[in-house]
Write a protein that binds this ligand. Structure first.
Ligand code: SIN
Length: 347
């Protein structure tokens, strides 16, 4: 049976929790951070940009020992670099819950048994098969009105090989579209639907907590911390672009999938080790766990997340990565001109 079939069990099932109501989260902790991140970076024995567009690995830092100022700076680094990696963390599960709560209201995935975390396990199978769910790029449960923002996954055990996770930057993905195409996509809305994940979970023996919903979010959104434009494309949950006709919508979505799958230059592949952590920004990054080829019982992790703001697009207060680079370079040139003209003025 196809996993997305409507069966008598599906029709009879009554999810135990009500639908989530929209709310306005507390101010993003990254906005409280010292922009130089001096307190956090001083503590690190090494800071490595894993790729130019996404991913920084911090060495010599224990999440369990961060001060509040360092936590804020870590959130800023996550917002700026998409994902921050750390290895050999000694943080306990309770401390991980506390860290999540520091950043905001703890998110609850509709399939999450423990109210504070999701237990992530190994994934089997072949992503090329029909109904293989979860092996595709996604941002976590983006169908919510308030989808998660900061998400932290800590691996407790990992197989010697296999089970890597790939992360791709959606601000870089937006930036690599031509300016004409960027303009054409701005102002559109994508419908993010929980239907497939709901059916797949129920028919696979799961007990989703909430009934499936569908929510329209801006296809291009503004990051509330960096002000960057993000191509909020999510192949796992988006099923249509609202303002377009059916054929137009399916072709644009097919193009966006190709654009994402070709973006090896905008992504990073993380190989896990026990105690390793990936702390990512679910607003500006998509990820996928590579399934198959290893013993799935050897992979287990704990994921915590917080609810983010309702996605928005503010064309007047956002820019692409290239526009930001140009603006900053122009600022540097102005400063250089100003500095070099000073001796003349003084003479
Ligand atoms: C997830 O999709 O949030 C889990 C990622 C992983 O298993 O690596």
């Amino acid at each position: 049976m196809a996993l997305n079939t409507i069966t008598p069990q599906v029709l009879a099932y009554k999810p135990p929790h009500p639908k989530l109501e929209e709310f306005v989260p507390a101010r993003d902790r990254a906005l409280f951070a010292d922009p130089t991140k001096a307190a956090l970076l001083a503590e690190a024995s090494a800071i490595e940009e894993v790729t130019p567009y996404i991913g920084t690995e911090l060495k010599g830092i224990q999440l369990s020992k961060l001060t509040d100022a360092q936590k804020d700076e870590l959130a800023l680094l996550v917002a700026e670099r998409g994902v921050v990696f750390l290895r050999d963390q000694d943080i306990t599960l309770d401390q991980q819950h506390q860290l999540a709560s520091y950043y905001g209201k703890q998110d609850r995935d509709p399939h999450q048994e423990n109210p504070n975390h999701v237990t992530i396990i190994g994934r089997d199978g072949n992503i090329r098969q029909h109904d293989h769910f979860g092996g595709e790029f996604h941002a976590d449960h983006s169908f919510e009105v308030n989808p998660p923002s900061y998400t932290l996954l800590r691996m407790v055990k990992t197989p010697p090989s296999g089970g890597d996770t790939v992360f791709t930057s959606l601000s870089a993905l937006f930036d690599k579209l031509s300016p004409r195409f960027q303009k054409a996509l701005e102002g559109l809305h994508a419908r993010h639907s929980a239907d497939r994940s709901y059916l797949s979970s129920l028919n696979g023996g799961g007990h989703p907590l909430r009934a499936p919903i569908a929510t329209a979010h801006p296809l291009i959104r503004t990051h509330p911390v960096t002000g960057l434009k993000i191509l909020a494309y999510n192949p796992t949950f988006i099923d249509r672009i609202q303002e377009l006709n059916g054929q137009e919508s399916s072709h644009i979505l097919a193009f966006l999938r190709e654009h994402l799958l070709n973006a090896d230059d905008l992504g990073v592949r993380w190989k896990w080790t026990p105690g390793a952590v990936a702390f990512w920004d679910n607003r500006s990054v998509v990820h996928k766990a590579l399934p198959g080829g290893y013993d799935v019982t050897l992979r287990e992790g704990k994921r915590t997340a917080i609810f983010g703001e309702r996605p928005f697009f503010d064309p007047d207060k956002s820019e692409s990565l290239s526009q930001r680079t140009e603006r900053l370079n122009a600022g540097k040139k102005d400063t250089a001109t100003h500095v070099s003209s000073e001796p003349e003025l003084n003479n």
